[in-house]
Design a binder for this molecule. Structure first.
Ligand SMILES: [Zn+2]
Length: 277
C-alpha cells in the first residue's frame, strides 16, 4: 500500500514532484528532529552527532574503497541500500565534500531553517561534478536510487532537480520502520554476453577446486566433477555473499557444463585461491 504524504508541507523549489511518498523537507525535519538539539544565540543550529551510525559508501578516496559516513540511526538500512545501488552501478564518491554531519542552516534560505545534513539525513554526491544543472550521475543511477522503497511502498530518497548532488531521505520514520523492500534495490543492467558466461568442464573443475580451497571451504567434500549442480550453485552464492557481490550463483541450466558464473565472481574466486606452485 502506498502511503500518501502531505501536500500541505511547503516544498523547496526543484523538489521532485509526483513520486511515491514525496514528503516535504519540513516533514523530514519533524520526523528526524534529533540530532539538532538547539539553536545558538545567533541562530545557528546546535547538533549532537554522537548518535550517528557509520555506513560505508563506495569511494576512490580511501585505500579500502569504503568511505564511512555518519547517518541517522533510524535510516541505516536505507543508506546501506543506497550505497549498495551505488556500488552495483559503479558510481563512487571522489569528492570528500559530502555534507554529512554538517550542522548548518540551508544555504540561500531564510535563516533558521536547518539543512537535512544537520539531521544526518542527506548526502551530497561529488559537488564538483554536480553543480547547477550539471550532473555526472547517469539517469539510470538516479532512477535506481529513487526506486529504493520501504516495505510500505514509500520512496526512501530523492534528489533535487536544481541540485542533483543533494540526496535526502524522503520517508518518515514510521515508514522506514517497515524495512527496505529488497526487490527495490536494483541490479545492474546485464552487460555480460553469453560467451563470457559459458564455461567448459575444465573451468568448472577449477571453480569447484577453488571453492574447496577457500578458508573456510565452501565446497568441502563435494565431487570435483566439472559439472555444476545444486551444491556448486550454493557454494558460488555463498562466495558471492562473502565477498559482497550480488548473489547470482550458477547462470544457466544447473547441470549444463556450458553454464557459467558471473565473470567478476570468477575473477575474485581465482584471485582468492591462487594455486600452490
Ligand atoms: Zn546537500
Amino acid at each position: 500500500m502506498v502511503a500518501a504524504y502531505g501536500g500541505a508541507g511547503s516544498r523547496l523549489a526543484g523538489d521532485e514532484e509526483g513520486k511515491r511518498g514525496v514528503a516535504s523537507t519540513e516533514e523530514m525535519r519533524q520526523s528526524y528532529p534529533e540530532p539538532v538539539i538547539g539553536v545558538s544565540a545567533d541562530g545557528h543550529p546546535v547538533c549532537d552527532h554522537s548518535i550517528g551510525v557509520l555506513v560505508a559508501f563506495p569511494t576512490t578516496l580511501t585505500g579500502s574503497g569504503d568511505l564511512e559516513l555518519l547517518v541517522h540511526p533510524a535510516q541505516v538500512a536505507a543508506w546501506r541500500a543506497f550505497a549498495t545501488v551505488m556500488r552495483r552501478m559503479d558510481y563512487v564518491i571522489f569528492d570528500p565534500r559530502t555534507g554529512t554531519a554538517a550542522c548548518r542552516n540551508i544555504d540561500d534560505a531564510p535563516f533558521g531553517r536547518t539543512s537535512l545534513h544537520a539531521h544526518l539525513s542527506a548526502i551530497d554526491l561529488n559537488p564538483s561534478a554536480n553543480t547547477g544543472g550539471a550532473t555526472d550521475q547517469p539517469p539510470e543511477l538516479q532512477a535506481a536510487l529513487r526506486r529504493i522503497a520501504t516495505n510500505r511502498g514509500d520512496a526512501a530518497f530523492r534528489n533535487l532537480t536544481t541540485d542533483r548532488m543533494h540526496w535526502q531521505i524522503d520517508c518518515t520514520r514510521a515508514s522506514l520502520a517497515t524495512g527496505i523492500d529488497p526487490a527495490t534495490i536494483t541490479d545492474p543492467p546485464p552487460t555480460t554476453t553469453e560467451d563470457e558466461l559459458m564455461m567448459d568442464r575444465a573451468t568448472w573443475r577449477r571453480v569447484q577446486e577453488a571453492l574447496q580451497r577457500l578458508s573456510p571451504p565452501l565446497y568441502g567434500g563435494q565431487p570435483i566433477d566439472g559439472i555444476p549442480g545444486r551444491n556448486t550453485n550454493a557454494a558460488v552464492r555463498a562466495f558471492e555473499r562473502r565477498v559482497g557481490l550480488t548473489q547470482r550463483g550458477v547462470m544457466g541450466p544447473l547441470l549444463d557444463p556450458e553454464a557459467g558464473i558471473w565473470p567478476a565472481t570468477r575473477e575474485m574466486l581465482f584471485a582468492a585461491t591462487v594455486p600452490s606452485p
